[in-house]
Write a protein that binds this ligand. Structure first.
Ligand code: ATP
Length: 368
């Protein structure tokens, strides 16, 4: 069941179209991330769902009801913001109990619910501690417990982890995801961190300049981005300007031809992600992810998709290894491991193999 639907939502601030004609369905019980660069409209969209901002046009429905103009305090959604906004003069338990108190829940029930929630966030022993005496991660958990105290049907999180250091942030990503799955609560989270979105989301909504660039499961978007913008924003990728030759091949910068697999969605000619059949001579982009490039010894047999190059940089972090390869006219980044490519060294001539099935053709970014 789809719980939340946005129809043709637009929000203008003067001449700025912060959100431009957005349609979206958020499935029940899922965690959806709004992902995109700064200023793309993520927060504005979340605030409209929360009721803290009113759309200029369009409608928002929740559980079958039009809530477009319903005030925030009557939506009963749980919210956690970047600042967390915990009450500093209160204890952990008082913070968590606050929404229950507002709703005039009976005292005994409040106590029971707070105990349950503190158990859930694994801080039962800290009930009486002032929130100012907690670590960043503990404060984070208290903010979440407070947001879900009154059992909201929708949880809205706006960059809730951005104040935490990298290690704690990764731990909290897993913690929030597990909690969300356990409770089955429909959750929308704003982030500009693609790794965070990939780790946590059932679905990612990639946003670009007030519009939705792509919606999908994290790996589907990673493997099949619809545009250069999405390909560039999600994960590391080699994106090369190429020309399609009309016969299953592309010419790379410098003129060398390689073969690309037929896109399964287009039986006759590869499709760009935008859904347009590619014509011979079209300027498009070739996307190949670093982990799909095989680095071979320069003495291996030549083939059309094995490109001669020279290793110009190596980032070796122990478990994995990233090599930059200069192929005269363009560079490629290949991800490998010390075991797969023993003896790889700077200045070494190699062959970079681009398997045809891993070469994706995508629409070039629109000129500005
Ligand atoms: P960030 O990741 O930096 O928080 P964002 O993707 O959340 O960015 P928004 O904060 O939603 O982006 O802003 C979208 C656009 O709308 C921006 O151009 C911003 O300057 C503009 N904007 C947002 N709120 C207002 C406002 N109250 N008045 C005028 N312009 C606004």
């Amino acid at each position: 069941m789809t719980h939340l639907t946005l129809q043709a939502i637009t929000r203008r601030f003067g001449a700025v179209h912060a959100i431009d004609n957005v349609d979206l369905s958020v499935p029940d019980g899922k965690l959806v991330c709004f992902l995109g660069p700064s200023g793309c409209g993520k927060t504005t969209l979340l605030r409209m769902i929360a009721g803290l901002e009113t759309p200029s046009s369009g409608s928002i429905h929740f559980a079958g009801r039009d809530i477009t103009r319903l005030p925030a305090n009557r939506r009963d959604f749980g919210m956690v913001f970047q600042s967390l906004a915990l009450f500093p003069h209160m204890t952990v338990a008082q913070n968590v109990a606050y929404p229950l108190k507002l709703r005039k829940v009976a005292k005994e029930k409040q106590t029971r619910r707070v105990a349950e929630l503190l158990e859930l966030i694994q801080l039962p022993h800290m009930a009486n501690r002032p929130v100012t005496q907690l670590s960043g991660g503990q404060r984070q958990r208290v903010a979440i417990a407070r947001a879900i105290a009154s059992e909201p049907q929708l949880l809205l999180l706006d960059e809730p982890l951005s104040a935490l250091d990298a290690k704690l942030r990764e731990a909290m990503q897993v913690e929030i995801r597990l909690l969300q799955q356990r409770l089955g609560i429909t959750t929308i989270m704003v982030t500009h961190d693609q790794r965070e979105a990939m780790t946590m989301a059932d679905e990612i909504v990639v946003m670009e300049k007030g519009r939705i660039a792509q919606v999908g499961k994290p790996l589907d978007i990673y493997r099949d981005p619809v545009s250069e913008f999405v390909a560039d924003f999600i994960g590391l990728g080699n994106i090369l300007p190429v020309q399609y030759d009309g016969a299953g091949g592309v010419s790379l910068p410098g003129g060398r031809r390689i073969e690309v697999a037929q896109n399964p969605r287009a039986p006759r000619a590869p499709l760009t992600g935008a859904g347009q059949p590619v014509q011979a001579g079209d300027a498009i982009r070739l996307l190949i992810r670093p982990e799909d490039i095989c680095v071979k010894a320069a003495t291996d047999a030549a083939s059309p998709n094995r490109l001669p190059g020279t290793v110009t940089f190596i980032r070796d972090v122990g478990a994995s290894l990233e090599a930059t390869i200069d192929c005269s006219g363009f560079t490629l980044t290949a991800a490998t491991t010390p075991r797969e490519t023993p003896g790889l060294a700077l200045g070494m001539p190699v062959l970079a193999e681009l398997p045809p099935h891993a070469c994706k053709l995508i629409a070039a970014r629109a000129a500005h």
